[in-house]
Design a protein around this ligand. Structure first.
Ligand code: AMP
Length: 250
């Protein structure tokens, strides 16, 4: 079984993002970049499928600038067998990325495509769903458990108030939620081995994909600063403040 795992290069989750001085976008100058945490979970799930003898090959794929090779090498160090970079310096929307992924699905014919549920930079939560629509494959989003039984994938999703179990016939698309697994760290020997693994580069044009933007980013801004809270002495003071200062009770 072939697994394609989509890996996005994003601002590291520990970085406090700031807008550019003209507020047109997030400032990425000298900012640490990493694999999107949900993509790391997707890679881990693929590696576990291989360790169980279910997956035979894991291909990591990233769409973006040449620097995405760093995140692909990390995926290779975590256990992916080879990687594909769809190289582009354009600002890419989820639709453009989903089209690139679809084109690669057509040449690679994976049995399962694993993505993160969401990229922590744009918080789009769109790419897996759009890929589902473009390919016509079944999709299960926000997966918290995944198992494979013959030609089917069984997915458990955490939904409001409970769990939902789905069975999808393969090929299928699954997006990883936080509780799907706890990703491992790449060991030093595996980081060294990853340097020698196959990493192919293509472009959206080679794939016949039009990545022209359909959406314009008008600006970004930080949330308004919140004023500091206070500690009240007792319930009576709390009630007094809610009544007379915040005026939220009468
Ligand atoms: P998003 O729809 O942007 O929230 O992203 C959801 C998931 O789609 C990510 O966790 C990745 O698995 C995948 N994805 C989004 N953008 C890219 C990209 N540029 N390259 C590879 N995978 C991506």
């Amino acid at each position: 079984m072939k697994v394609l795992v989509a890996v996005k290069r994003v601002v590291d989750y520990n970085v406090k993002v700031r807008p550019k001085s003209d507020m047109t976008d997030v400032d990425l100058a000298n900012v640490k970049m990493s694999i999107n945490p949900f993509c790391e979970i997707a890679v881990e799930e693929a590696v576990r499928l291989k360790e169980k003898g279910i997956a035979t090959e894991i291909i990591a794929i990233s769409v973006g600038p040449q620097q995405c090779q760093e995140q692909l090498r990390t995926a290779l160090a975590l256990g992916a067998d080879r990687a594909i970079l769809v190289s582009s310096d354009e600002t890419l929307e989820p639709l453009a990325i989903a089209k690139c992924l679809k084109a690669v699905c057509e040449t690679e014919s994976p049995d399962i495509i694993l993505l993160g549920k969401q990229a922590i930079d744009g918080d789009n939560n769109q790419t897996g769903q759009m890929l589902g629509a473009l390919t016509g494959y079944g999709q299960a989003t926000f997966a918290s458990e995944l198992s494979i039984d013959g030609g089917n994938a069984m997915i458990i999703r955490e939904v409001d108030g409970g769990l939902q179990t789905l069975t999808l016939s393969l090929p299928a698309i699954v997006t990883a939620d936080l509780r799907l697994n706890e990703p491992r760290y790449a060991s030093l020997p595996n980081i060294m081995k990853a340097k020698k693994k196959q990493l192919d580069t293509t472009t959206p044009a080679d794939l016949g994909v039009d990545v022209a933007p359909r959406v314009t980013l008008m600006g970004v801004e930080l949330p308004a600063e919140r004023s500091a809270g206070i500690k009240v002495e007792d319930i009576a003071q709390l009630v007094d403040k809610l009544k007379n200062e915040a005026k939220v009770i009468s």
